[in-house]
Design a protein around this ligand. Structure first.
Ligand code: NAI
Ligand code: MG
Length: 394
């Protein structure tokens, strides 16, 4: 079989540290691929006025699969101040390359598995009524619609007159009619049937592929009757094609409260954009947080796999690096699953599970230490040692 080509985009800060570790693990698991480097991130904003250069977009167009580390983004004034002097005042605007990538390739399906590894000191534990604690085994995959909803970007402070006029056609607008224009901001929550259907179908397909017994549609249709209503209706329609998988419904607020009640009972959870953002962070917090949180952004043609964390500038200069490479390695496993290399993915996940269970090699986050150069004296492993331990178990 011809080798695959994968576009590797380390990006900024710790992205440059964790991505090469993930490649070492992939190789140790016997996965062979050609890797081509894609420029992305802050350096390219500074030097070219574009954090996602066209040549990187073309690489993704050609090879379809991307492994991405993390990028740094900064506020508008900092972005302008750091732009190369030669480019200043020439109309360059900073756009987040990851948001641009999601929009350009319509990477509308975001998957964030939140799976507890037994023995991880960061796992959620629950008090038993009779005394003592228990550690539920959590295995949730959050499916987040990645391109629309409240994050579609259609928003105004002081909406133009014709927009206000349009709002006035809605009887509920009466309450805001007399608010002075500058005192008012509006963000539109846009939900389409097509995108709702795609994310819900992807959620049920995933449940079937990985043996989850339920898919929970987590919205708020009792209040957001139109948008959450439409999303939920599409989810329920899709559910009819999957009779073997239970379709549950929860409201996002109640779901957050129930997190600490029975997180182990949920399987796949599917949400619109912002609720998925919230639910995925919340579940990730129960199973180890940013050092463990992996994700996939999947479109019809292109798919990009990345840890949830950012570039952690606080730690980028520490040598050796202290950060946990597991989130990046698990993201690489998601890539393997996506391209049908599930056996290799399972092997890597089993190796991670073995290292975590053994508890001998732990990065600073797993020891609940404040990050800094002194974590090694306190028993923390460095990034490379963690990857080596995983490779050792392979
Ligand atoms: P961050 O995720 O980079 O770091 C927050 C904190 O989480 C770190 O200081 C560290 O304590 C911990 N952490 C993160 N990754 C870790 C790992 N692998 N192992 C152990 N601990 C880890 O978020 P922050 O500090 O809010 O943002 C830093 C930069 O990253 C910003 O410029 C931000 O815009 C960008 N960012 C980029 C993302 C992306 O590339 N998708 C996502 C989130 C933030
Ligand atoms: Mg988030």
């Amino acid at each position: 079989m011809a080798k695959r080509t994968i576009v590797t985009m380390p990006g900024d800060g710790i992205g440059k540290v964790v991505l090469p570790e993930a490649l070492r693990v992939l190789q140790a698991a016997g996965f062979e691929a050609d890797y081509v480097h894609g420029d992305i991130g802050w350096d390219f904003w500074i030097s070219e006025g574009n954090a996602l250069p066209q040549r990187t977009v073309e690489l993704l167009e050609k090879h379809k699969i991307g492994l991405f580390g993390a990028i740094t983004s900064k506020s508008k004034d900092k972005a302008e101040a750091e732009l190369s002097p030669a480019l200043k005042g020439k109309g360059y605007t900073y756009y987040s390359p990851i948001v641009t990538m999601r929009q350009h390739f319509n990477l509308d399906i975001c998957i964030r598995p939140c799976i507890s590894f037994p023995g991880n000191p960061l796992n959620y534990v629950r008090k038993r009524p009779e005394g003592g604690t228990e550690e539920p085994n959590i295995n949730v995959a959050v499916f987040r619609q990645n391109t629309e909803g409240l994050y579609a970007g259609v928003e105004w402070t002081n909406p133009p007159e014709n927009v206000r006029k349009a709002f006035e056609t809605h009887k509920k607008w009466a309450a805001f009619k007399n608010v002075p224009p500058q005192e008012l901001a509006v963000s539109l929550r846009i939900i389409t049937r097509e995108a709702s259907r795609r994310i819900c179908k992807a959620a049920f397909e995933y449940a079937r592929k990985f043996g989850y017994k339920s898919v929970t549609i987590c919205e708020k249709p009792n209040v957001l009757r139109e948008t959450s209503g439409l999303f939920t209706a599409e989810g329920k329609a899709v559910a009819k094609d999957y009779p073997g998988i239970a379709c549950w419904e929860t409201n996002i607020d109640a779901q957050m409260m129930w997190l600490s009640k029975n997180p182990e009972e949920y399987g796949v959870i599917v949400c619109s954009n912002m609720f998925g953002d919230i639910a995925s962070d919340a579940f990730a917090g129960l199973v180890g947080g940013l050092g463990f949180a992996c994700s996939a952004n999947i479109g019809e043609e292109v798919a990009v796999f990345e840890p949830t964390h950012g570039s952690a500038p606080k730690y980028e200069k520490l040598q050796p690096s202290i950060v946990n490479p597991i989130a990046m390695i698990l993201s690489a496993c998601m890539m393997l699953d996506h391209i049908g290399e599930t056996q290799k993915s399972d092997r890597i996940k089993a190796a991670i599970a073995a290292v975590v269970a053994e508890g001998k090699v732990r990065t600073y986050d797993m020891l609940r230490l404040p990050g800094g150069p002194d974590v090694f004296q306190k028993g923390a492993a460095n990034t490379t040692q963690m990857a080596d331990a995983i490779i050792g178990k392979l």
